[in-house]
Design a protein around this ligand. Structure first.
Ligand code: HEC
Length: 201
């Protein structure tokens, strides 16, 4: 255990400091991480949106599919490696269970996003963050909603909105697809960030 100048274990010093600040050291800690996490989530959503518009202008939905299927996980993977955090995209209903399935914490946060939206709050500005303790350490967790845009509907909308060629592709590659039937403006999922924190703080 690291020790302070006076030989008192640092963990005790910081515990005392935490207790001394009624606003909570955790609130300050969260604020510090929120800024960085927001930036990463916004970068992912922006890069994804730009690629989507670029490919839409070039080709039809069968071309654009690679933006959602390949580029989005690739961008998330790149950010994960660069920052050392787990950066992922999860869905309220899922097309690819391997990458898109929310865990218990993420499911709860998605539900609160939907509740907050139902009460009139704008999904675009929403975020949620928390520090959680798991058996193998502390984590900072953050989520930011992904909202359905009109151009998402060719692949995530109703049966009438999805062209036959896209349906055929989805049937072949995603026989258990649940990520259809969305409407523009609805909550599609979230960017989810999980950042390991040092055990000793
Ligand atoms: C051309 C078809 C297409 C379009 C357009 C499209 N998507 Fe997707 N989307 C997919 C496919 C295919 C997957 C499965 C990706 C995979 O295999 O990981 C997917 C997966 C997702 C996921 C991950 C969760 C899951 O269900 O697996 C999210 C979130 C998502 N899309 C959001 C959007 C949003 C938001 C838009 C519009 C801005 C959009 N998509 C537009 C085809 C599309």
């Amino acid at each position: 255990m690291k020790r302070s100048r006076w030989g008192v274990p640092l963990a005790l010093v910081s515990a005392a400091l935490l207790a001394a600040s009624p606003v909570g050291g955790e609130a300050a800690e969260l604020a510090e991480y929120d800024k960085a996490a927001s930036e990463v989530a916004t970068t992912l959503i922006r890069q994804f949106g730009e690629a989507m518009r670029r490919e839409m202008a070039k080709g039809g939905p069968t071309e654009v599919v690679k933006v959602c299927a390949d580029l989005a996980p690739e961008l998330a993977g790149r950010l994960s490696r660069e920052y050392g955090w787990r950066v992922t995209r999860v869905g309220t209903r899922v097309r690819n269970p391997l990458l898109g399935m929310p865990d218990a914490w993420e499911q709860q946060v998605l539900a609160t996003f939907a509740e907050r939206a139902a009460k009139g709050e704008n999904l675009m500005g929403m975020t949620h963050s928390e520090i959680v303790t798991e058996p193998n350490g502390r984590y900072y967790r953050f989520m930011k909603p992904i909202v359905v845009q009109p151009h998402c509907l060719v692949c995530h909308g109703s049966t009438e909105q999805i062209p036959e060629e896209v349906k055929a592709m989805l049937d072949t590659h995603y026989p258990f697809d649940r990520a259809t039937g969305y409407q523009a403006g609805e909550l599609r999922g979230a960017v989810s960030i999980k950042r390991p924190l040092g055990a000793e703080r």
